[in-house]
Structures are given as structure tokens and as C-alpha cells.
Design a protein around this ligand. Structure first.
Ligand code: NAG
Ligand code: NAG
Ligand code: NAG
Ligand code: NAG
Ligand code: NAG
Ligand code: NAG
Length: 437
């Protein structure tokens, strides 16, 4: 990846932010308080105060739109709806023994947390039901989830100081990194690398997901002050005493101070409302289908391909990927009913999808019916309107049920018109916009 791409990404993001009024927010905690920074304006505001506890960790579920956080000193996992009208209202989800960190599994809809002193990792579903403790180890601190390969990564913080991983049912415990004091863990879903903050020396490090190829990413030059990190694509957000840092790891290693607070920062979370989405990489089909599908979520670009000629759609996907967009497509999925249901749900919950109609006027496959169902379902179940992007190639017919939506014409030389396509994606139909119907 070159600088050129980086600049392009930043530009695309900027254009999105400006043209669509979208906002990226950094949510962070200080003692008893949760605040947000609008990364566009730099405005800082208090979301919740008087929480009567230290909060060392935050995570977000894009589907139900809740921020979850452990209230260590109150022995409870809490949440609040976000974004939402003020005042924000805290709900307690479940009791827990001095919980220190948590992570959301949006696929199976569980929240997993670590308990510092009991050394347990427990879980419950989003409403606090079905609580179960899946494993016990030394004292524990950080936790994160590799949702693709379904591993929980966690750190021990007692007589042993390690990064370990286990399956989501607690089986198959393995040590990934030895002899390291870690308070913050995260996974870069572009490069599929693990990042961690070494608390005692303030160093951000990274390795592959199995612990090989360890590199030092950044020295914060502060000891004992860095707690939480949050990895979003290849950007790492770190709390660092009073400061909040953004570290870009790929392609350039650089660190910026985003904000200096008056109180010590602990947990951090990036809330991403960018509609031009840089999704996790479209991988070769070696991963189980459901985790593969999961990569579409919550980042929303899903390409529904209709027609026999899959080559042009594959090219399109490939080009989007080169442009730092990422996407999933039904091309890689068998039209199995169960998967379709899950996909339908995800697309309904997503912000964006693309319908790609190939050059052949032959789309009598089961995906078409399915796709039309989705469009109907989505428009009916949403407040406002939710539209697909429709691309058609070589004058292919638009199925009758989709005719009410604007379709974008592409000639067969579309690969050379990427800019045009990107421009269209920027000004194309968006959620909340009313359209001809
Ligand atoms: C946020 O910043 C804008 C300027 O970018 C300012 O006009 C606005 O009043 C600020 N809002 C708050 C709540 O501070
Ligand atoms: C735990 O999960 C792993 C991986 O998903 C699976 O192979 C194993 O059979 C499960 N063990 C139990 C006891 O359910
Ligand atoms: C660890 O992961 C790297 C890259 O993901 C891979 O090349 C290597 O073979 C793996 N090593 C082991 C021991 O699994
Ligand atoms: C840490 O110190 C080194 C050497 O003085 C400096 O180059 C680097 O920028 C510092 N890091 C931060 C995050 O301030
Ligand atoms: C694309 O179509 C070809 C020919 O019909 C087929 O062999 C191939 O498996 C398809 N690829 C994907 C990813 O669906
Ligand atoms: C589009 O039509 C042209 C000319 O009819 C043809 O050469 C080309 O292969 C078609 N493109 C695709 C992707 O089918």
C-alpha cells in the first residue's frame, strides 16, 4: 500500500464526512465518566458522569446500538444506547465480580468479560440472559475477539503475565505471548494482526495472531499509564495517561495526540459512522462460511450478484478492494437457506449494499428472489428509506421489482471507470433519503 492510497482513503473519508454529515466519534472513559470526542470538530462532551466506578474498557454493538462497559467497582456490566437523545440512560445488564474488560461478539450476540480477581471469563447475551463462565485462569485483564477465526484473546495479570487465547466455549487454551504485562488488546482486521499495550513500559506491540513476528509499534514514553487500546481497521487508539493517541500502523507508523484530557483516560472505543466503508479484507474462501459472512458486519458493504457471469462482479470486488474498500458478496456463498436468512438479517441491519447485475439478461437464480425479498423487507421495516445501489452492466435488464430504484449504467469497460463508480457511491442513495417510489 502506498502513500497515494492513504491520501485517497483520507480524502474519501473527508468527502464522506462533509457531503453526508457523517461523524466519527471516539468514546473514552475517565474515572466515573464516559466522554466522546467528535473527531471532525474536536468537540468533547460528557456522555455519562457519576458512574461510581473506574471503567477500563468499552465496546459497541453496531446492530443493537449499545455501548457496553464494565463497572469494576460496582460489580456490574452496564450499557447505554448510542447514539441516542440526551440524557443517555445507563442500564445494568448483569452482575459480575469486579469485571475489568469486555468484548462484544456481534455474530452470536454475546458480551464476554474478564474478572480481574476470580480469573474468570464469563459471557451473557445482550439482554443479560444465559450467563455462563467459560474458563478460569490466573488473574485476568484485557480481552478481545478474533471474530473470523473464533478465538478469544485475553491476558493474565497475576503471578503469570501472558497473552493467551481460547475458543469461545473456553476450550483449547493456548499461550500466545509470554512474560508481558498487558492491559489492552485489539485485532487489526485488515492485516489480521494482534496489537497490545505493555502497561509497565508503555509500549504498543504487534504480532501475527499466533504470536509470531512480534514488532514494536510505538513507544509512548510513559510507564504505568496506558490502559485501553481499540483497533479499528489498521488504526490503533490508545489511552495514555491524560492523552488519547491515534497510531496508524499501516502503511506508515505515525502517532498523533488526538486529545489531552484533564483526567486520566482508561478505556477507548472508536464509533465509526463512515458510510464509505473500509471493510475487512475479502479473503480467499478458506474460512468457515459464517465467519466469512461476519466480515461484512458491521461495515455494511455487501454485493449481491445477480446473473451468470460472475467475472465482472469479481473484477469489481477486486477493484474496490484495491481502492481500500472491502466487501463481501453472495458469489462466495452457497444459496443455502439458513445462510440466506442470516445474510438477510445482516443486510437488513446494514447501512449499505450493492446490487450488481451482470451483463447477461439471465438472472433466474434463487438469489434474485431473495434479493427482492430483502429490498422489500428493508424498505418496509426501516424508518425512512433504505436503498440499494444498483449497477447494471452492458444494458442488462433491471428486474421489475427493482425498477423503482435508480440504477447506475456501466459499460463493459467499467474497470477503467473506478473513479466514476466511487463518485457515484459517494452521492448515491443513502439511508434516510426519500426517493421516487
Ligand atoms: C462544536 O464545535 C462547533 C465548531 O466546530 C461549534 O460551533 C459548536 O458549538 C460546538 N459544540 C459544542 C457542543 O461544543
Ligand atoms: C468448543 O469449541 C470448539 C471450537 O469451536 C469445538 O471444536 C469443541 O468441540 C467445543 N467443545 C465443547 C466441549 O463443546
Ligand atoms: C503463524 O501465523 C503466520 C501468519 O499468520 C503463519 O505464516 C505461520 O505459519 C503461523 N505459525 C504457526 C506456528 O502456526
Ligand atoms: C518517545 O520518545 C522518542 C525519543 O525521544 C520520540 O522520538 C517519540 O516521538 C516519543 N513518542 C511519543 C509517542 O511521544
Ligand atoms: C464463477 O463462475 C464460474 C463459471 O460459471 C465458476 O466455475 C466459478 O466457481 C464461479 N466463481 C465464484 C466465486 O462463484
Ligand atoms: C458487453 O458487451 C460487449 C459488446 O457487446 C462484449 O464484448 C462484452 O464482453 C460484454 N461484457 C461483458 C462483461 O459481458
Amino acid at each position: 500500500m502506498t502513500c497515494h492510497f492513504l491520501v485517497l482513503c483520507e480524502l474519501v473519508i473527508l468527502v464522506c464526512l462533509i457531503s453526508q454529515g457523517l461523524q466519527n466519534k471516539l468514546i473514552y472513559s475517565t474515572q466515573n465518566t464516559i466522554k466522546e470526542i467528535n473527531l471532525r470538530s474536536g468537540n468533547v462532551s460528557v456522555l455519562l458522569s457519576n458512574l461510581r466506578s473506574n471503567i477500563y474498557s468499552l465496546d459497541y454493538d453496531y446492530k443493537t446500538e449499545y455501548i457496553y462497559f464494565p463497572r469494576h467497582n460496582l460489580n456490574v456490566i452496564s450499557r447505554f444506547r448510542y447514539p441516542a437523545g440526551k440524557p443517555y440512560i445507563v442500564e445494568n445488564v448483569i452482575t459480575a465480580a469486579e469485571p475489568i474488560a469486555l468484548v462484544i461478539d456481534p455474530l452470536d450476540e454475546y458480551v464476554f468479560w474478564t474478572e480481574l480477581y476470580t480469573g474468570k471469563i464469563c459471557k451473557c447475551n445482550f439482554n443479560g440472559l444465559n450467563k455462563a463462565c467459560i474458563l478460569q485462569d490466573d488473574k485476568l485483564y484485557a480481552i478481545t475477539l478474533d471474530y473470523r477465526s473464533r478465538w478469544l484473546y485475553y491476558t493474565t495479570f497475576g503471578t503469570t503475565r501472558k497473552i493467551r487465547r481460547a475458543r469461545l466455549n473456553g476450550s483449547d487454551k493456548q499461550t500466545v505471548i509470554n512474560s508481558v504485562e498487558v492491559t489492552g488488546l485489539g485485532i487489526d482486521t485488515n492485516g489480521w494482526r494482534l496489537y497490545w499495550m505493555v502497561h509497565n513500559i508503555g509500549e504498543l506491540r504487534s504480532s501475527t495472531l499466533n504470536g509470531t513476528n512480534i514488532i514494536k509499534v510505538l513507544n509512548t514514553n510513559k510507564t504505568q499509564t496506558s490502559i485501553g487500546i481499540y483497533v479499528h481497521n489498521s488504526n490503533i487508539y490508545c489511552t495514555n495517561g491524560l492523552q488519547l493517541l491515534k497510531v496508524t500502523a499501516m502503511p506508515v507508523k505515525a502517532a498523533y495526540v488526538l486529545h489531552t484530557d484533564t483526567a486520566t483516560t482508561h478505556g477507548v472505543l472508536l464509533y465509526d459512522d463512515i458510510r464509505c466503508i473500509f471493510l475487512t479484507l475479502l479473503k480467499q474462501i478458506v474460512v468457515p462460511i459464517m465467519s466469512y459472512v461476519h466480515e461484512c458486519f458491521p461495515f455494511d458493504f455487501f454485493i449481491i450478484h445477480i446473473g451468470k457471469d460472475n467475472q465482472s462482479c469479481l473484477t469489481f470486488t477486486h477493484l474496490l478492494k484495491q481502492e481500500e474498500y472491502n466487501c463481501c458478496s453472495n458469489l462466495y456463498l452457497t444459496p443455502d437457506l439458513e445462510i440466506q436468512d442470516k445474510l438477510a438479517q445482516m443486510i437488513t441491519d446494514s447501512k449499505y449494499y450493492i446490487i450488481w447485475i451482470s451483463s447477461e439478461n439471465d438472472y433466474s437464480n434463487s438469489w434474485l428472489d431473495w434479493c427482492i425479498d430483502i429490498v422489500r423487507h428493508t424498505s418496509a421495516s426501516r424508518h425512512g428509506y433504505f436503498l440499494p445501489y444498483i449497477f447494471r452492466l452492458n444494458n442488462s435488464k433491471v428486474p421489475a421489482d427493482l425498477k423503482q430504484y435508480e440504477a447506475y449504467e456501466l459499460s463493459s469497460d467499467f474497470p477503467w471507470k473506478m473513479q466514476e463508480i466511487l463518485d457515484y457511491l459517494k452521492r448515491g442513495p443513502t439511508k434516510g433519503e426519500k426517493t421516487k417510489s
